[in-house]
Design a protein around this ligand. Sequence first.
Ligand code: NAG
Length: 396
Amino acid sequence: MIYNSYSAFFAVALALSGSASARPARFGRRAAFDLANGQAAIKLNQQFATLTPTSQCTEGEDACVNGQFAQCANGKFVLTACGPGTVCAALPLVNSAGTSVTCDTQADVDARIAATGATSAGGDTGTDTTTAAADTTTTAAADTTTAAADTTTAAPPAATSDAATPPDNNNAGGGSATGGDLQDSLTLDPNIIQTTGTGQEPPVAGQASALTSKNNFANICSLGLPNVPITNGLQLTGGSCNPIPIGNIPSIQNVPSSKFQSPTNGETLKANTPFNVTLAVKNIQIGTFTAATETYYANPQTLNAQGQIIGHTHIVIEAIDALDSTTVTDPLKFAFFKGVDDAADANGQVTVPVAAGLAAGVYRMGTIMSSATHQPVIVAVAQHGIVDDVIYMTVQ
Ligand SMILES: *[C@@H]1O[C@H](CO)[C@@H](O)[C@H](O)[C@H]1NC(C)=O
């Protein structure tokens, strides 16, 4: 992805400030890839229905075999039973093109696939082993036509009265007492009001009192207006107030983590010589980023079907005085910066070239793990290891 200079951002800010709100909302609308994701999930589930524990597989491949979660290791499927009440299935990703394989309730599998507009011949989600392959072809063609119509009209799913179908709010678990399209409503859903107190009832020495709100701080940014602009998808260099909720937070099993594989800490590199940075990550789906100059901090954090944050990471390299320097760095100065565009490979790794190498000197290199709209990743608990990695290296 391209990160323009600050002055460029400012120019963009001026040019777009009048039209930024005209962007179509992602929530409550189908994205162009939704239908294809749904169809791909159906097709995968149909393929999974033909697999047995001894079927040939590709290293690292995830699948479902006999309703169990299956991972290919050493040329063989290793099966893990799904939890009670859940089945293994391919699900459409919600925020990017693709599918994921996970254990889920049948109702949620059906709802997520139905929400994409994709259907198989039997109206099922592909987990029915009796669905004929010939039917899939026919259905795919019909669905393609539907996709075009949806793109034009942004029509909500037809089956809104079906209790198994989630409201058109991109949140399979989010029911609503009020009905209608909550994602277009300017009224808060009474079911989602956060009711935490100040944390000081009774007071605890040393702790600050938290603010409370009756409306999830929905209008918090009006306090600062007109002097503080609303964070509007641009990278407002003078500061701003962001009214967007934090969104989905992964379970404690899905706190992201990362470690540089190359260079390694303390390594000495040759000056002005190209090198590759290789980073390993886990518990995060990297490779998804939205337009950094139009949608910065514009969406809540979202998770994939495995409950991992959908986002991306960055590599930043800063020159420092010495390996044991204690000088606090200038965060606006860096020798190299790259948003990592790629998804992790089967080993959970990505490689970023530093094509010009680095001038002689001492450097620290770190990651910046982010959600899709570039905000730092938010995790379930306060006490956890560092999600980012930092190493130090000498270039000579
Ligand atoms: C970096 O990695 C790419 C892809 O693996 C490889 O083609 C290239 O030669 C590597 N560059 C260096 C300097 O090692």
